[in-house]
Design a protein around this ligand. Structure first.
Ligand SMILES: Nc1nc2c(c(=O)[nH]1)N[C@H]1C(S)=C(S)[C@@H](COP(=O)(O)OP(=O)(O)OC[C@H]3O[C@@H](n4cnc5c(N)ncnc54)[C@H](O)[C@@H]3O)O[C@H]1N2
Ligand code: MOO
Length: 406
């Protein structure tokens, strides 16, 4: 017996539990293909970073003890070390070596003076402004020591983390396999943009919204042709998809209408985990394991475009994150309401709003008054969902609320 009219927290807990049990396997991918993936195993540094003491500036490597306490010091130039292969230079007392940024520090030297602070005449270098001891030297291991755990399973591979892995010489990384996802839109009223509209028809806006949301998270969703409100065709298509993808996302046909065939189909053939969550918009959302329809997980979003946005951000994205073992939650922000809001019922509400930074440096959010779940323009004019908890109805201006940027 599936749960119905559950709280949003219960829905999230079910999503987490089911996703944890279906964690996607790890695979090795080329470094260049690993961007945005979730790391599946810790990475331990095999080499120190920097791997050797090196110069942070173009100039001359010298022995700090040689520098006069007052007046310029003149040193004898005995060779050069450029960034690249280390040459065997030994710098003795009263001597220095030409050096470039990133070049290994020659034996005997401990400090670098930048070129601009010197005067060179033949093989004599006068130090016009004395550097402090060890200045402009980047010490071996000061960023990372060999043996340190530098990245962790569950980390999302941001460009900076990819760079860190590259600095260790790793050409392949072990990551969670990306979930395969397909997107269905349903409804006899839907027409694709580009075609003429007959009376009663509307353009399909959910497909591209959902495809865009998925692609923004680095996924490669497959769009399925729109399903008519015909139970046999819905069943056939969902059965094919259920055997071909990890996750099937549908939108529409999930509430109480005569043409809403999805709940009956999943109740008969699948394993429904919940149907209807006390949230607004998006209340009729349904989540099921495919059962006889295949191994896929089915997340069936309500058809209203703003319900699609809210249920995707609040439930769909956590499902896909969790399937990949993503450890860190998405950034969680708090903002001050710039205008009061009154909820029309007690349900948890995901209201649309626009974020702005106030003069005192705090985050503010302006709720958009057009709160209907068909009001796409309000969603397009906004950049965050404002999370108004279940229960309370009155939200005076200045109330601090959770926001989910999109
Ligand atoms: N008697 C009841 N009626 C409704 C209930 C309810 O509990 N009892 N719930 C309401 C709520 S809340 C929502 S949300 C909607 C969800 O309905 P469905 O998921 O069954 O979706 P549809 O009826 O198919 O469509 C709803 C709405 O969205 C438009 N739509 C659908 N797909 C698209 C698309 N791809 N692009 C643009 N617009 C789309 C569709 O034309 C409808 O206007 O049900 C309420 N009713
Ligand atoms: O829950 Mo519905 O998404 O409000 O229109």
């Amino acid at each position: 017996m599936s749960r119905t009219r559950i709280s949003f927290a219960e829905a999230r807990a079910i999503i987490d539990r089911v996703a944890d049990a279906r964690r996607l396997p790890a695979e090795r991918v080329a470094l260049a293909r690993a961007h945005g993936h979730v790391l599946a195993a810790d990475i331990v540094a095999a080499i120190a970073q920097p791997p050797f003491d090196n110069s942070a500036m173009d100039g001359f490597a010298l022995r700090h003890a040689d520098l006069q306490t007052d007046g310029d010091t003149t040193l004898r130039l005995i060779g050069e070390q450029f960034a690249g292969r280390a040459v065997a230079l030994e710098v003795g007392p009263g001597e220095c070596a030409r050096i470039t940024t990133g070049a290994p520090l020659p034996a005997g030297t401990d400090t670098v003076v930048m070129k601009e602070n010197t005067r060179v005449e033949g093989d004599h270098v006068s130090v016009l402004e004395a550097p402090s001891p060890h200045q402009h030297v980047r010490r071996a291991g000061e960023d990372t020591r060999a043996g340190e755990r530098i990245l962790h399973a569950g980390d999302v591979l941001t460009p900076a983390r990819i760079a860190l892995a590259a600095s260790q010489g790793l050409a392949e990384l072990e990551v969670a396999r990306r979930p395969t996802v397909t997107v269905f839109t349903t409804g006899d009223e839907l027409v694709e943009p580009g075609l003429p509209l007959e009376p009663g028809q509307i353009y399909n806006s959910n497909r591209e919204q959902l495809m865009g949301l998925l692609r923004a998270d680095g996924l490669e969703p497959v769009a399925w042709p729109t399903l008519p409100d015909d139970p046999a065709q819905v069943e056939s298509a969902l059965r094919h998809a259920g055997h071909a993808f990890d996750v099937v996302l549908t939108c529409g046909a999930v509430s109480a209408g005569e043409k809403d065939h999805i709940p009956a189909l999943l109740q008969a053939q699948g394993d429904v985990q919940f149907w209807k969550v006390r949230m607004k918009p998006g209340m009729p959302v349904l989540f099921a394991a495919g059962g006889k329809l295949g191994d896929a997980l089915f997340l069936c979003l309500p058809g209203n475009p703003v319900s699609v946005l809210a249920t995707w951000l609040a439930l769909g994205r956590p499902l896909l994150d969790r399937l990949q073992g993503r450890a860190a939650a998405r950034p969680h922000w708090r903002a001050r309401l710039v205008r009061p809001w009154r909820k029309t019922n007690e349900r948890l509400e995901f209201l649309r709003g626009r974020l702005q930074s106030s003069d005192d440096g705090s985050l503010e959010v302006e709720p958009n008054p057009a709160d209907g779940s068909h009001r796409m323009r309000a969603a397009a004019d906004s950049d965050a969902l404002i999370v108004l908890a279940e229960g309370a109805r009155e939200y005076p201006a200045g109330t601090v609320v959770d926001v989910l940027p999109y």
